[in-house]
Design a protein around this ligand. Sequence first.
Ligand SMILES: NC(=O)c1ccc[n+]([C@@H]2O[C@H](COP(=O)([O-])OP(=O)(O)OC[C@H]3O[C@@H](n4cnc5c(N)ncnc54)[C@H](O)[C@@H]3O)[C@@H](O)[C@H]2O)c1
Length: 275
Amino acid sequence: MKESLGLEGKAAIVTGGGAAGDGIGNGRAAAIMLARAGARVLVVDRFLDLAENTVGMIEAEGGEAVAHQADLGHEDECQGMVAAAMERFGRLDVLDNNVGISSKGSVVEEGREAWEQVMRVNVESVFLASKYAVPAMIESGDGGAIVNIASTAAIRPRGMTAYSTSKGAMMSLTRAMAVDHGADGIRVNCILPGAIHTPRLFHRGMTDEARERRRKASLLGIEGEGWDVGRTVLYLCSEWARYVTGQCLVVDGGMNLTTRPRGSGVEERRGGALA
Ligand SMILES: NC(=O)c1ccc[n+]([C@@H]2O[C@H](COP(=O)([O-])OP(=O)(O)OC[C@H]3O[C@@H](n4cnc5c(N)ncnc54)[C@H](O)[C@@H]3O)[C@@H](O)[C@H]2O)c1
C-alpha cells in the first residue's frame, strides 16, 4: 500500500528556486521534490533563466511548474510572486523561503550597506513573502506550510557576521509565525543546513581542498547536497509533519557537534592562547 504525502494538487512557491547550470541548489532540489510529490510549483528567482532551468527539469519528469522572475528584496515583487501563484494555480499551500545571500566580515569590516542588503534579502524577504502568502493560504482553505531556510551559521557562526545574524533572526521569525498562525492551520518550520555543496559554492571557485575539509567536518564524513535540504523541505511541507511546527531542524551531518578545527584563525589572532 502506498502512503500519500498529501501534496497532490497543492500549490507551492519556492524562492531562489534557480541554480546555475544543471547543478542542484537547495531551492531547486526542494522544487523538484515538491513536484515529484504532486504539487504545482512556482519557481521564483532573480534570474528568470535559472528558474526556467528548474522548471525544465520538473517538466522533463512530468511535473508541473512555472518560472517567475522576482527580486525578493522588494515588497512589490514579494506581493507579485504570491499573486502570480494564486492566478496560475488558484490556491497556495506551501512557501519555501529559500532565498539567501552571504556576507563576509566582522562588524568592524562589514559596510552598513552590505549589512542592510543581507538583512533585506535574508530576513525582510521572509517577512514580506509570508505577509502576502499567509492570507492566500487562508483563502485556499486547507491551512499551509512555510519553511524558512536558515543556516547552521545562526548557531555556530564562522565569521560571516551579517549572514549569521540574519539566519538567527529567521529562527525567531519562524517561531513567532508558528505561534501567530497555528490557529489558521499554517505550520511554520525552519531548516539549518550545514556545509551543502551547491552551485553557488563551486561557482565562487571553491577549491578541492576546501570541499574536502567541508566533507570531513561532518560526523558522518559525507558531503551535504541540495537534495538533503530538498527532502527535508518536502517532509516539513507534507502530511507526515502535520504535528510539527515552530521547529528549527539542523541538516548538517552532525557538524555542529564538532569543535572548531585548529588553524581557523582564532588562535593565531589571540597569540595562540586558545586551547
Ligand atoms: N550552500 C550552503 O552550504 C548553504 C548552507 C546553509 C544555508 N544555505 C542557505 O540555503 C539557501 C539556498 O542556498 P544555495 O547555496 O542553494 O543557493 P544560491 O545561493 O545559489 O541561491 C539560490 C538562488 O537564489 C537566487 N537569489 C538570490 N538573491 C535573490 C533575490 N533577491 N531574489 C530572488 N532570487 C534570488 C539566486 O539567483 C539563485 O539562483 C540560502 O538561503 C542559503 O543561505 C546554504
